[in-house]
Write a protein that binds this ligand. Structure first.
Ligand code: AMP
Ligand code: MG
Length: 408
């Protein structure tokens, strides 16, 4: 006898989305040290320009590009040496026609200069500098806000803060971020036969592995476990345990007691706690068919099968997407993912090349676009969703090629 009206998991997801469409996860400020893995509750908008001043990307001489027109090894341009700028310090120096100022990599480029000539193409004669290469305007310098400008959204609401974002948050001068509060989870494992790890096992008893496995699963999503109890197959114990779980958490996971049997009274108990109660009893997944989905007192309750593998598969197939998509409204990406290259690059550096990419979904397919910039740029990391690797044996990437995108 099949008492289940099984539903496909996609239908379950839609049903859950509808039931919990009004769910608004609360927000909190967390320090940057605690931000990893949390989901942003608001767009992260820059209040600062990066860089905050014009910076040199090389060790060299800040000058006016026009003063170097046509110069070469045999016919260098001679400029008056005005002085130098130092790391971490401002400068009052102003570069005028036929003058130059020494600037270290990352140092401030004085007013009046519009390019920096690498030291390799210069020669120092005490008060004069010879320049052996013609420079073009803005060569070897980064303008104020070139990397990130004031008002720019660096990371969107709903993004999970990954390792590569932490440096960008710090670079914006933020030592805290507004994130969604952790989802509170209660885990109830049911069964008269269950014994926790660390306790002796009598004949007929079974180790409870679901409690700890589910705890690890939800913690890896950034959730907080507020209750984790083993409960006997007794109506009153189950009912009071479930009531406590519903009161204290946002989401309840019950494992065991989901199949049809004399001791399996979980559905009745869930229904006794409030409307609408059980929404789904049976999902078309293998393993994991006897999975229950319920809503009581505005909380989601999931009845997962007791068999450990079925329990975890049902969790991955039904619960995890619900937590991420509906409760956290998170923009989700599974890595490594296969994307189609929307670019073409040729590399021949004799090294394994790592290339940062952004990914976008288009008609059910991921499209990867390159993220351009100099390796000193913070935005390179915050804009990148991941990276690809081009081994040195390969010559590059063809447009339309399938590539594997890794997360940081
Ligand atoms: P049930 O869903 O309660 O009918 O349980 C199905 C099977 O899974 C039974 O063999 C149980 O002993 C086993 N089981 C139930 N809960 C757990 C648990 N927490 N850890 C390991 N096995 C379990
Ligand atoms: Mg049981």
């Amino acid at each position: 006898m099949d008492l289940f009206t099984v539903m496909r998991r996609q239908e379950v997801a839609i049903l859950l989305k509808k039931e919990f469409s009004k769910w608004q996860q609360e927000q909190e400020w967390v320090s940057i040290e605690e931000a990893l893995g949390r989901v942003l509750a608001a767009d992260l908008v820059s209040e600062e320009n990066i860089p905050p001043f014009r910076r040199s990307t090389v060790d060299g001489y800040a000058l006016r590009a026009a003063d170097t027109t046509g110069c070469s090894d045999s016919l260098p341009a001679f400029l008056q040496m005005l002085g130098e700028t130092r790391m971490g310090e401002g400068t009052d120096l102003v570069v005028q026609a036929e003058q130059a100022v020494y600037v270290p990599t990352g140092g401030i480029v004085p007013v009046g200069a519009d390019a920096v000539c690498m030291i390799e193409y210069t020669e120092n004669f005490q008060d004069e500098i010879s320049i052996q290469r013609p420079m073009s305007q803005l060569e070897n310098l980064i303008e104020v806000g070139d990397d990130v400008s004031i008002g720019e959204c660096v990371l969107q609401k709903g993004s999970r803060i990954e390792t590569q974002h932490i440096g960008a948050i710090a670079a914006l001068g933020r030592n805290r971020v507004l994130v969604k509060k952790r989802i509170k989870i209660a885990i109830l494992s049911t069964g008269d036969e269950l014994v926790g790890p660390g306790h002796p096992l009598k004949l007929g008893q079974i180790r409870d592995s679901n409690t700890d496995a589910l705890r690890a699963m939800v913690i890896s999503l950034g959730c907080e476990v507020v209750m984790a109890d083993r409960i006997l197959d007794q109506f009153d114990a189950l009912q009071s345990g479930l009531q406590k779980a519903v009161d204290e958490s946002d989401l309840v996971l019950i494992s065991g007691g989901s199949s049809v049997g004399t001791l399996d009274m979980t559905p009745d108990i869930i229904n006794s706690l409030g409307e609408p109660g059980i929404l789904v009893h049976g999902v078309a997944i293998k393993p994991g068919k006897p999975t229950m989905v319920a809503k009581v007192q505005n909380k989601a309750v999931f009845g997962l099968p007791g068999h450990p593998a079925s329990c975890l598969i049902a969790y991955k197939a039904i619960v995890e997407p619900f937590i991420q998509e509906t409760l956290l409204a998170e923009s989700i990406r599974e890595f490594p993912l296969t994307a189609v290259a929307d670019f073409q690059i040729h590399v021949s550096s004799g090294r394994d090349v790592f290339y940062m990419v952004q990914i976008q979904e288009n008609e059910g397919q991921w499209i990867a676009k390159p993220v351009h910039g100099k390796s000193g740029m913070v935005s390179l990391l915050s804009k990148a969703d991941g990276y690809i690797e081009i081994p040195m044996e390969k010559e590059g990437v063809q447009r339309g090629e399938k590539i594997s995108v890794h997360r940081f």
